[in-house]
Design a protein around this ligand. Structure first.
Ligand code: SAH
Length: 221
């Protein structure tokens, strides 16, 4: 479309995909997904010039949109399919929500900062993404109403895995959650098979803290 304000970002988006590929993500369908969702639309206009850097970007309220190559890693490990119901904790900008929505059946996304949830919802609506439900609240208790979930994606760091997530994970389900201190964490892959729950440590990561009843306290957060 002539005069399309989004057109200027197409080249930069391709360059970002190249950077994600350089980080070892080789699945073409997954890389294609990053071409399908315009990241800038999920960020405040003041940081649109940074939307296609492979870096976390501030989104206000002391929060950041996560680094795209790390989100690619999440999607690679979790490999959501069109039959999967996904629980996302920490909607933030809504960018990962949008990526997930294109590979899952439904996405249920919880965010504690109302303004961020509202903004994410608006961006999702503008892109006519209809298979996402957003809720404002403390995501450390999960979202029991729609459990069990085939995939649980936690985008904030917890001191330990909240029990609600294990309870709300489906048989055959998988979850990624950064576990550690406020300053540094290990990404943990949790799998549930029948009554067995396994934990596998993956990459070292740094996320903003998960603040709530079953994670870090909100006082100084
Ligand atoms: N994937 C998002 C990440 C945002 S950062 C993105 O790329 O934009 C993590 C988000 O988790 C922040 O928006 C923060 O407000 C939210 N958060 C922290 N504690 C939470 C809790 N207990 N429940 C729900 N959301 C929480």
């Amino acid at each position: 479309m002539i005069g399309d304000p989004d057109a200027q970002f197409i080249g930069r988006r391709r360059a970002l995909i190249e950077k994600i590929r350089e980080q070892g993500i080789l699945d073409l369908e997954l890389l294609q997904l990053f071409d399908e969702v315009p990241r800038h639309r999920f960020l405040p206009e003041g940081v649109w010039n940074r939307a296609y850097e492979d870096a976390p970007v501030p989104i206000g309220y002391r929060q950041t949109a996560s680094q795209p190559s790390l989100q690619a890693r999440y999607l690679e490990v979790l490999a959501p399919t069109r039959d999967d119901t996904v629980l996302e904790i920490g909607t933030g900008s809504g960018y990962l929500t949008a990526l997930l929505s294109r590979r899952a059946d439904r996405v249920y996304s919880v965010e504690r900062v109302r303004e961020l949830s509202v903004r994410a919802r608006a961006a999702l609506d503008e892109l006519e993404i209809r298979n996402v439900a957003c809720m404002v609240g403390d995501g450390t208790i999960g979202w029991r109403k729609y459990a069990p979930f085939d995939v649980i994606v936690v985008s904030a760091a917890a001191p330990k895995v909240p029990q609600a997530y294990i309870d709300q994970l489906a048989d055959g389900g998988r979850m990624l959650i950064p576990v550690g201190t406020r300053d540094s964490q290990r990404l943990m892959l949790i799998r549930k098979e029948g009554f067995a729950v396994t934990e596998e440590p993956l990459d070292d990561v740094t996320f903003v803290p998960l603040l709530g009843k079953f994670a870090f306290t909100e006082d100084d957060g």
